[in-house]
Design a protein around this ligand. Sequence first.
Ligand code: HEM
Length: 516
Amino acid sequence: MSIISAISNFLEAYDVTYRQVLVGGLVIYGTTLALYRLYFSPVSHIPGGLLSRLSMLYVRIMVTLGKLPDLCEDDYYNYGDIFLSAPDIVTISNPDDCRAVMGTYDFIKDKFYESFRLVDETIFTTIDAEFNMLGRRLIGPAFTPASLQKMEPTIMECGLLAIKRKWDKLIGENGREANVNFNTDFTLATFDIISTLVYGKKFRALEKGERTIVKWVEKYNWLAHIKAVIPSVAEFPLNLLCRPLLKNCKEFVGFTSTTVEQRREQIRQGEKVPYDLLQALIDGEELEARAKLTPSQVTAQSIELLGAAIYTTADTITWTLHYLMLYPECYRKAVDEVRSIFAPDHLIGYSEGRSRLPYIEACIYESLRICAVSGFLLPRVVPPGGATFQGYFIPAGMTIALNIAGMNHHRSLWRDSKRFMPERFIERPDLKHQVMSFSTGVRICPGRALAWVKIMTILSNLLKDYDFSLPADAQYSPDRTDTNGLPVAMPRTHSVTVGPKHPERDCILVVTKRLL
Ligand code: HEM
């Protein structure tokens, strides 16, 4: 008698259907798994929300809905230094613990980072320490103060000055004032800056409204976001569902590799080429180093730099201006500071802005802290031998996630942490080193100095040259407060960075030329 007929006979004898067996099996499996996760897994004694402890599904749903930043912050306030974000994701928020993890290559990046991989390995996606160090060595020289100073004219021209031209034109057309979507303008300006530095070409997205590449970057980010939730989405048959996104990435890669090839040709022809980010990468192909970048790695890296630099910087400027509008006394102080130091016709360069505008610098730190554009989880794998945090042992192979929002709101460092309070950095400048928005350790953001140049030059000059106010119908203003009496910030969402959820509604400001 075959096994199948034996089972059939057994089911018939007890009057049980296959369906009942299937449902019963699933119930037993689900219950056993739930009991294991809640009471018997090696990390079951770590605190965390019931849904997070039961299934990975909860965090995936939150990621899909763009709610991860809110979850990270709320979970820190609810559970403290260590908690479970999913049955096998232990999240840590204690700055010392996070530094211990990030200070070494032992805790490699989790497979989540594969969702960002497009054509080849990059500084960001790699888990290979040697390759990461090589990439960082190559782009490092582009981010020294001397190199950034050389790039500053481009940064000014494509960033601040392009924004000013656009706003002045709008104001001129409207009479005295104009309504601007500052998030869109900061995004296009930061795109124009970074694309000039990466492709060596000016696209003038802000001026001409030409957004092809911005859309490519947006869709590349979306694909990465979807891959983070459904890793097999780029494989058959799911790839059929996101054909337009995959086609978009192909075009993006094609355009980038052609541009890289054009630069190589210029070099071969002996033409003078600018020193920019692309050049730093191409130089890497020529290095005598044992490991050097292949052409497809240069393409992949160029795309990554574009993706890493646009929304991070634009959204940071956006949040800073938004918080200044919610806290008018801070806005007033920032404006008074810059206008008392610099003449109306002075173009504030980065280093003078950074050294002479401590309050505006403090506003930027506070915005990076209170709503980090990277305010979500950075997942790493626990190395062989396991690791102990806050008295809990975490076995090798489990994911440990660093909670940037948790560190930036940590009770031990930040008094009244939900309040936008730039003064904290004036009273205690040492706190600047505790803002974790650029991460920390061996994989700290290599582009942070460039980001600072863009943020500081754009913000300080705009505050000097324009008066900003909220439109009459603004939904988020100083008058709309929460139960603690603090102004409610506009809702945020998360794809690759944490940005405004409804920029078309919440990022409109009335701009007038400064009255002399
Ligand atoms: C306000 C602006 C920015 C913020 C807040 C920011 C934040 C971060 C954070 C938190 C990481 C670590 C991510 C992780 O480990 O998962 C990171 C990595 C990285 N960032 Fe940035 N970033 C900013 C701007 C930039 C810019 C302008 C560039 C380049 C032009 C850049 C290039 C990179 C690269 C290549 C990495 C990967 C580093 C590695 O894995 O070794 N970022 N950034």
